[in-house]
Design a protein around this ligand. Sequence first.
Ligand code: SF4
Length: 909
Amino acid sequence: MMKMSRRTFLKGSAGTLAAIALSAGTGASINAFEASAASEEAVWKNSFCAFCHFPGCATKVKVVNGVAVEIMGDKNSETNQGRLCLRGMSTLNNLYNPYRVKAPMKRTNPEKGLDIDPGWVEITWEEALDIVASKLKAAMDEDPRSILISGGFGVEESFRVAPAQAVFGTPNYLTSPGTLCPEHFNQLHLNGQMLDRIDLEYVDYIVEIGRTMGSDWCATSANHSSHYADALERGAKFVTVNPYCTHSAQRGEWVPIMPGTDTALGFALLYTIIHEIGVYDEHFMKVRSNAPYLVDPSFEMIKGRKVYKQGYIRNADGKPLVWDEVLNQAVPFDSSMGESYALLGTYEVEGKTVTTSFQVLKDYVKEYTPEWAEPITTIPAAKVREIARDLVSHARIGSTINIEGFEFPYRPSCIFMGRGMASHMLGVEAAKALGTVNLLLGNLDVPGGIQGTANANWYTLNADQDGILEARGIMANQVTGEDIVYPPATVDMGGFYPMRHAAIPLAWKTINDPEKYHIGYPINVMMVHGADPLGSGATCQEVIEALKKIPFTFSVAYHYDLPTQFADILLAESSLLEKDALYRVFRNEKEVTHQTRGLMGTMVRRPAVDNVYNTRIPEDILADLAERLGRLPAFSGACNDNGPRSLFSAVSPTMAAGLTPEYALEPNKKYTWREFIDRKISSDFGPEAIAEFDKCAFKPFRLPLKETYNYYYVPDNAIRLPVYYERMVRNGEKMMQQLKEFNVTVPNQDMDHIYSHYSGMPVWYDNAGFETTEEYPFKAVNWKVHYGVNNTGGLYENAYVQEIIDHSNSYVKCVWVPASAAADLGIQEGDTVVVESRFGKTQGKAHLSQFMHPKCIGIPGNFGRRTGYMNPLKNTGVHFNSLLTVDESTLNPISLSLESSPQIKVYKI
Ligand code: SF4
């Protein structure tokens, strides 16, 4: 790998984010800030940005005569040290965007469609809220379940859904982006929480699979590029396994892979490490994994797939047994410190022949050599062996590091996985296989390795009755599994998929055909806030039919987007700089150095400017609706609550959620959002802190460094991680039993197919959608671009952002055709091409690139969401999701993720 200086890194960056992020904190810009503040009669207001997953870059907003004219990072803030990414810098255009919804609006044209003029007319807030409340009231009287909330990333992260559910009394809530980000399975099982991060302070060798670092990562923060540059400068090596040569691949090593074949790579790495290298962290495997647990090694063949359906061998008390090599007998897993437990071997226990779980793994992967994987993944066998050797040698197995007096295992080598690995038919299998490679390296929750983003002081990490890590908080069902709910409680059919990530796409099917899906009620009212099921989902026509079928839809909307085309009433939402806000800041980014590791705090925003238009804050809108519906107690209850459904659970989970009794909201009184926030400040810090937050937006605190590694809380023998996924076996059995009791099957599914995925080992089979065909000789590939992380705040329509794209990286609006295939396809740079899958097509200008796998066509970002009634900037670029489907046979049967790399053909027109 070329040694990269910080200067070279910035100069060579294809994107502008890193340059902006790093330069924003320089003395030059601060001097400019101070000079301009002195020379003009300007007011500089404290604010903060929330246009990504890590809200909390503190800003200074220059306001002249009530007009915000400049924004920059606050150099005094620990969260971003003056840095601001281009999304944060674009906030001014969010405020003054001419395509905003500027007042409450009513549709006059009853006909709905993407290209039909809704005939909006402006109405008063009173009229708008009265109409919405009357529709909600009628629906609540008939059946509260007939109200559907579709929430997503609006002006800023819109997680205020819990109180809306409390007010309307409905269980039906859909998130916008979940169908394409099922990467959390791995983190939940191995870190006990939904996100992981890499330790850029210490790591030496990283294999990124299906993700990228620095600027292109979906939740990239203003700090990420800086942290990444520091790691490069320090000499850390990055290997990127991806069909597309990402920014970080351009600075490390690129290993092209056929999309959807990551499981095969995982198997080949496991084979190489276990059978050829023979070096792995035996201590970790004995004391921090279930590798020694005894199981019956037999398997079943289901649909031609090898499926492990055996549970642990247990004693009379139900405790899993291990084999103690000193005592030469089976003992309960928690009998000793574990050093004497056998990792490999076959034993006789009560007349049964059993093996360790690790022996099952070793035998299972024996046939999956690098040579077996090569034609599937297209990665040469020699390269797999090289990566396996590098992973092991850089892991420094056996070494330790002392941090603040605490001795940690030191494992600076890891595989870092992302959505590109997970959004496939075998995505969960890939997570299991590649996650097990990390277990072999012993790198979980220790310096240099893979850690949970939340520390144990937030989510208490516990073991279940079998000693295995239990997931907590959001998405824990992906580990624990849920009971089948029949008839389904929600229209997304989540109750039929016990370990799902998100069942969103099925909602549109059930609305269109409720009987087939056992849904006994219609959806009468839908509220949209920040979601875009049309642009972010798949099978657009199904969504359109469902939206047309719902009798009444209202949208809390910042700008005219696709869902507003189907709304009856628009409730105009204020822009970020017009809003009060309070956020927990949890600056444990996904790519972290000591600079921000352990940084937490509370951040409060006061409006920098008055409302430009006749808009309102969503929380105030909800309080108004609650009042009209006679549901203020439900709303106040959600605010006062300290449970997971509380208003503040998303705001301040690191501190006491909810409000202390002294500051609790009275049940029947309406409060403004500003009053909520001041009560929350008082509740957490005392009333005198209100004035403090007026002066300084951020109140930080830092965890001691050693407490930011979860190994500190859960050392050897405290919690074990799965090599053998016995929980999946149990969940599969329970699912089948419960379906039998209800005398139903999962609609539109092959039950053997679903059942086969509930296996103790990662399942493998051919024809899982990763192959190309004669008719569809390519795979489509999509990657996120930092210009529009989750499209928070309408970034794809932000004129500042678009201008940066057009001047620096306009290729992101093109169809990327591998240069090696262009001649055969008769395609030249700039030709208009059609990309067509079995399920839909899209078109755009061709860009010939050597940065694509030769069998893949790339379409970046989420551009091109077309309708004539939106900001025309939105119409530029290519819409990738038009190629996707939510046909159940193509979904991952565990996570319900869409297949994100369909087979396609491409041709010039
Ligand atoms: S989008 Fe995120 S990283 Fe960028 S400035 Fe805003 S808060 Fe910071």
